[in-house]
Design a protein around this ligand. Structure first.
Ligand SMILES: Nc1nc2c(ncn2[C@@H]2O[C@@H]3COP(=O)(O)O[C@H]4[C@@H](O)[C@H](n5cnc6c(=O)[nH]c(N)nc65)O[C@@H]4COP(=O)(O)O[C@H]3[C@H]2O)c(=O)[nH]1
Length: 661
């Protein structure tokens, strides 16, 4: 105790029991006295009055205590002690605040879902939590040295091989202490951890760094799941169009690099629409899954199989060494799909048409190769389905021709480049005209005539078929009205209906409006629709046909025998006439099977009360045979080619118009 304090205790007679209470204060005072003693040496008058003796003079703020009475001294000391008490109270509050902050920090560190470690500016660990040690499988003691040297290597062992993200992050933060750094760590136990490192600032100065680690495995997994869904077809689980594009880009790059060849096989199931329409979409879905499985079995590990669209699949064959290898795969696929499918107790047959393009022969872009294979697939369909065709440049020429046709078609209607010709339909026995078929002709301003087979499908593709069909209908009805006065009552003008037109919801209303406009009785009009148009949606087709028929319009099925229809379904169709396709008529003398087929079609049609017309009859021989087979009507060059309306008017005038037809 300071000698003056001793003196003080003695002079104020402070009891020994009270002395401990005063002790903290006395200690403070003692420290203070030591301080003022130092100050006193530099007192205002500069005199050094602090010669060391047993009772050196006491100075308070430069005032020697010897100069003051004890009362004054006590007052001064009391003032000082009060000041100390205030300071102590303040300090205690600050300490409490600090303790509170520390406890808050510790609780926060433990409660957070992130692994945290806080460093000071000397890279010393200031704080960390348990999660951090869990992530790396280290102890709390090891954290101290964890981010440097050998320990860091140990710690990195927790992440997957070759994931040196953490190392990179540390390097980056050492070089850029003021920057935030962020990375994704992949741990051996499968977890994905997002790692963020931020500098700590105090008064605009960097005082250290905080590292936080967050387990984002769930997020990553749902991301993966979303990615899988975005890139795979829900039904078959196969890669979809988007993934195919990506994978093809990669395969093309690698093929270019390694000088490999690729083959793209574009497959379209034949008549799948029929399965869907007749057996339902659920059944169709099952069929697609089965087909996908079979296709998968046909390809090698390195090949890619994707679902491109409804019933379209694509195989990208990698490392192709020969064309034979490709044709073998195409054959295998065709055979594999030809085997019957047994689904829900039904056995079904399915075939496929395949178009093939080759890299680098046919191009080097994914889109181009797919387009070429698609074109070749259409060629395979045209060749009778259930076969494969390689892309050939001629197909591209054909396709660009179709494109140029489409552009020219746009002006054809406005410039009245279309006209109608009419081909008579006559009775097989007497060759009496019972009707005509209206056939469109397109003559370009330069005199070039383009046959309908060439431009109708192009017009179907770009939607121009609708205004063209409207024009044909109006023109044919106008002409039928002109003939209605001279023609017998059974005379009909048949008009070909386009697939798009058949799908128009206001088809019946539009047709009736036109008939009304030209005051033509409905019985003069016959609509020719193809089997495939009916098969698109059998139920709705039946509904529309029944409505038209009820209004008195005749219905004929055109090109019969070329589609997928069976004779069986004919009985459910509300039709008046069936036209046997020219292909069968051509084969009458060449193929016994076709002859038998034509005969059966005629017989069954009659049983069902449907009239039969044979198309494309060119010879007397064919006419006679068809007559023997009891075919009702014929149409073909034998009697007349399609001719101008005036020629028909003349024919009608010379026609036997007896009403017994
Ligand atoms: N070699 C040969 N050919 C014969 C003989 N008899 C008739 N033909 C031809 O066979 C086609 C019969 O018409 P389609 O089967 O309805 O087949 C038509 C029809 O599907 C479509 N088409 C024609 N006009 C129209 C139309 O106005 N609208 C729609 N949507 N399609 C039409 O174009 C197809 C072809 O029409 P066209 O070229 O006029 O060809 C016509 C006709 O000229 C014959 O004895 N020998």
């Amino acid at each position: 105790m300071h000698p003056y304090l001793k003196k003080l205790v003695q002079s104020f007679n402070i009891s020994p029991s009270d002395q401990p209470k005063l002790e903290p204060l006395l200690e403070q005072v003692s420290a203070y006295l030591a301080q003022i003693e130092f100050i006193s040496r530099n007192s205002r008058d500069g005199a050094t009055r602090s010669e060391r003796s047993d009772t050196p003079p006491l100075y308070l703020d430069g005032l020697a205590t010897d100069d003051h009475s004890p009362e004054e001294l006590v007052r001064l000391l009391q003032e000082q002690s009060q000041q100390y008490e205030r300071q102590i109270t303040q300090l205690a509050a600050v300490k409490l605040g600090l303790e509170d902050s520390l406890s808050l920090l510790n609780t926060t560190l433990d409660a957070t879902n992130d692994g945290l470690v806080v460093f000071d500016k000397h890279h010393k660990v200031v704080a960390h939590n348990k999660l951090l040690t869990d992530f790396f499988g280290i102890t709390s003691e090891e954290v101290e040295h964890s981010f440097v040297g050998r320990k860091l290597k140990e710690m990195l062992k927790a992440t997957v091989y070759n994931d040196d993200t953490l190392l990179e992050l540390i390097r980056f933060t050492n070089q850029n202490p003021a920057e935030k750094a962020q990375g994704l760590l992949h741990f051996k136990n499968g977890t994905y951890v997002e790692c963020v490192s931020k500098p700590r600032f105090l008064d605009h100065r960097i005082v250290g760094r905080v590292w936080s680690l967050r387990d984002i495995t769930d997020l990553k997994q749902s991301e993966e799941q979303a990615r899988h869904q975005a890139y795979h077809d829900n039904l078959t689980g196969l890669p979809n169009r988007a993934l195919l594009q990506e994978q093809m880009q990669r395969a093309l790059k690698s093929a270019h690099h390694h000088e490999h060849r690729l083959a793209i096989l574009f497959m379209d199931l034949d008549g799948f629409k029929y399965v869907n329409d007749s057996l339902g979409h659920d059944f169709g879905d099952l069929m697609l899954c089965h087909a996908a499985m079979r296709l998968k079995d046909c390809i090698r590990e390195i090949d890619l199989l994707a679902r491109y669209g409804g019933d379209e699949f694509i195989v990208v064959m990698d490392e192709v060494t020969s064309v034979k290898q490709v044709t073998e795969l195409a054959d295998r696929i065709i055979k594999e799909l030809e085997r019957p499918f047994f689904i829900r107790g039904e056995s079904l047959y399915m075939t496929t048409s395949i178009g093939i393009s080759l890299y680098p022969n046919d191009g080097d872009s994914a889109e181009g190769l797919i387009r070429d294979a698609d074109m070749a697939m259409y060629h395979a369909k045209a060749k009778g389905r259930n076969n494969y065709q390689f892309f050939a440049q001629e197909l591209a020429v054909l396709s660009s021709y179709r494109l140029s046709l489409r552009n020219k078609l746009k002006t054809a209607i406005e410039e009245e480049q279309f006209s109608l010709v009419y081909q008579p339909k006559v009775t097989t026995k007497e060759n009496r005209i019972v009707g005509v078929e209206a056939l469109i002709r397109w003559k370009l301003p330069d005199g070039q005539v383009i046959p309908p087979d060439e431009f109708i499908s192009a017009a179907e593709d770009n939607g121009l078929i609708l205004p063209i069909s409207d024009w044909v209908f109006e023109e044919a009805i106008k002409q039928a009205k002109a003939w209605s006065d001279v023609a017998p009552s059974y005379f009909t003008v048949a008009v070909n209906m386009s697939a798009r037109q058949f799908q128009q919801p206001d088809l019946v209303e539009n047709l009736m409006a036109l008939l009304h406009k030209y005051e033509l009785p409905t019985r003069f009009i016959e609509l020719e629709i193809t089997e495939s148009m009916v098969m698109e949606d059998v139920e709705s087709a039946i509904r529309i046909l029944a409505r038209l028929r009820k209004l008195g319009i005749r219905i004929a099925i055109d090109d019969f025998g070329t589609g997928y229809s069976s004779l069986g379904y004919l009985k459910s169709l509300p039709i008046d006439c069936l036209k046997i396709d020219k292909r069968f008529v051509d084969e009458l003398f060449k193929s016994k099977a076709d002859r038998a087929l034509v005969s059966t079609i005629i017989y069954l049609s009659h049983v069902m009360g449907v009239q039969v017309v044979a198309e494309g009859v060119e010879t007397e021989e064919a006419l006679k045979l068809l007559d023997d087979m009891t075919c009702d009507l014929i149409q073909g060059y034998y009697f007349s080619k399609p001719v101008a309306p005036d020629d028909i008017t003349v024919m009608l005038a010379n026609n036997d118009t007896s009403e017994d037809s």
